[in-house]
Design a protein. Structure first.
Length: 551
């Protein structure tokens, strides 16, 4: 691979709407992508098809800067996309700018995932096809005009069966016609059906990029009988760049490229009879075909095509890999796959419904697990924060009790008892409030303002409860408390003590409520089955007698 390409690992081939998608997903590649994004420190991240569970989705999860997403997929209707949209749509909100390669790709995005996108058509290196040499084996003549088909033979949506059904009627009207079928795949049924036409039909097998350019420069007609799933139709532009007259099915993407038949010929999608009639009309008027093809090539070149520059570092290079970033001198993240000669996987067409549903379910499960893990971590930290608040209120009450004992308004014996218990409560503040180990757990990590205790004193709950009982006994009924509060020496201290005690009650209830939420969540089957809490200990509530003096 070029130096600017970083391999992410092997891919898995998945049937994808009559085609094959090469996906790379999982914790290992996820870690590689996160490291790549972190080390790259990119000004801009450019990803393709981020709703598919592969490199782009992982890169989007890891990104924390501007992101541009390009969408290629075209679908009429997709239950799979509708199923995964609740999970995917929030994730796509991270994308700063969206690009669709065609109106069909934009329609699919808007219809299934919402939002909008700017249409930026795919670029084609026109000179590569316009300057390609003609191959004598494929050049048509008046007596033997040539028709080319290029596509994966065993992908039904590429339309080879439709062309096979049209060959007979075409040869009946134009006996000298030759059909050149290029592409990889078995297609045993179509080969057997076309064998009866002898040398009128030739299977070329897989062709290289150079051979493809030469094929388009040599034949009279290129036929594209695809049944759907195409968002742009790059191969039509390539054929037109080479000088072939293009005959294509009237699917929306092809209609857009051929301007509703103004720069090519259209036939009814999936209709072999319509294709046969169109081919007969084109081949029977071959003298008009070549000038029209050249005119189409010259007309299209300045409108949509990119001339000149060859792919290289920082420039667009078509291929089957998912690009995560393109930029001068910058690295590109790619799946570890090889280009198949004669095969263009860059169209990124829609996927088979059942495959997309399965992928959607997997993505949904991963998203649910991730959200549950985030919830567990968030609630653990909420417990620690509420515990810190509780610690603060306990300390304030103990401090107020110590000041009350020292103010001189209490009986000396009562003051000594309150002071002893309050000082012991203050000294115990360095110890853990609840001995569940949550504050020192590596799973929850250190939290600002929260430190794990180091002491081994008696249970804090028992000590704080003792302070509550002592204060209630000393303060007595309401009449005695009012009398004590009227003493100037104890007035402010009594107010501080009451406020700290009341806030202590609220803080303890909030803390224990958060603990209950965590315990309930951690009892969830998914959390337990997938160990989403890691090694974090189960938080415990804080129990004590915090009842205020009775009125």
């Amino acid at each position: 691979m070029p130096e600017y390409v970083v391999a992410s690992g092997r891919t898995v081939a998945i049937p994808y709407n009559g085609s094959v998608a090469r996906l790379n997903f999982g914790p290992v590649v996820g870690a590689r992508v996160r490291r790549w994004v972190s080390e790259g420190d990119f000004d801009l991240l450019h990803i393709h098809e981020p709703f598919l569970p592969s490199l782009s989705m992982l890169a989007l999860w890891a990104a924390d800067g501007p992101v541009v997403g390009t969408f290629h997929t075209s679908m009429e209707r997709s239950r799979g996309l509708q199923a995964i949209s609740p999970v995917v749509v929030p994730m796509l909100e991270k994308i700063t700018g969206r690009i669709a390669v065609s109106a069909e790709a934009r329609r699919t995005l808007v219809q299934h995932l919402g939002g909008d996108a700017v249409i930026v058509p795919n670029g084609v290196y026109v000179d590569r096809f316009a300057q390609a040499p003609r191959d004598p084996r494929w050049v048509g003549t008046d007596d033997r005009p040539t028709v080319a088909f290029l596509g994966r033979l065993d992908e039904p949506r590429k339309g080879l069966p439709i062309l096979a059904d049209a060959v007979g009627p075409v040869l009946a009207e134009v006996p000298g016609a030759r059909f050149l079928v290029a592409g990889r795949g078995e297609a045993a049924a179509e080969r057997a059906a076309l064998a009866r036409f002898g040398d009128a039909v030739t299977f070329l097998g897989g062709v290289s990029d150079e051979e493809k350019a030469s094929l388009f420069a040599s034949v009279d007609v290129y036929v594209a009988p695809q049944t759907g799933g195409e968002s742009f139709g790059i191969v039509l532009v390539e054929a037109m760049s080479g000088g072939s007259l293009t005959v294509a099915a009237d699917i929306p993407a092809f209609q857009a490229v051929l301007e509703d038949g103004a720069v090519g010929r259209l036939f009814r999608r999936g209709d072999a009879s319509s294709l046969a009639r169109t081919l007969v009309d084109v081949l029977s008027h071959r003298a008009e075909t070549a000038p029209r093809a050249r005119a189409c090539r010259d007309r299209r070149a300045p409108l949509r095509l990119v001339h000149g520059h060859q792919p290289g570092p920082g420039r667009l290079r078509h291929g089957p890999v998912h690009r995560a970033r393109q930029g001068p001198g910058g690295p590109t993240l790619a799946n570890d796959v090889r280009q198949v000669p004669g095969r263009r996987d860059g169209a990124h067409v829609g996927v088979t419904e059942w495959v997309l549903v399965v992928l959607g379910v997997v993505a949904a499960v991963l998203a649910v697990l991730w959200r549950q893990a985030v919830r567990v971590d968030r609630l653990h930290r909420t417990v620690l924060r509420s515990r810190a608040t509780l610690e603060a209120q306990l300390a304030r009450r103990a401090t107020a009790a110590t000041e009350l004992a020292a103010c001189g308004a209490l009986d000396p014996a009562e003051a000594m008892v309150v002071s002893d218990v309050a000082l012991r409560a203050c000294d115990a503040a360095a110890d853990e409030l609840v001995r569940d180990g949550l504050a020192g757990s590596p799973e929850t990590g250190p939290l600002a303002g929260v430190e794990a205790g180091t002491g081994v004193s008696a249970d804090r709950g028992l000590l704080e409860s003792e302070l509550s009982r002592t204060l209630r006994a000393v303060l007595g009924p309401r009449e005695e408390r009012d009398e004590l509060a009227s003493d100037p020496r104890a007035a402010d201290v009594m107010t501080q003590l009451h406020q700290a005690w009341y806030r202590l009650q609220l803080a303890r209830r909030f803390h224990n409520s958060h603990v209950e939420q965590v315990r309930r969540l951690r009892a969830n089957t998914l959390v337990r089955a997938f160990h989403l809490a890691g090694r974090a200990p189960l938080p415990e509530p804080f129990d004590m007698d915090d009842a205020l003096p009775v009125d």
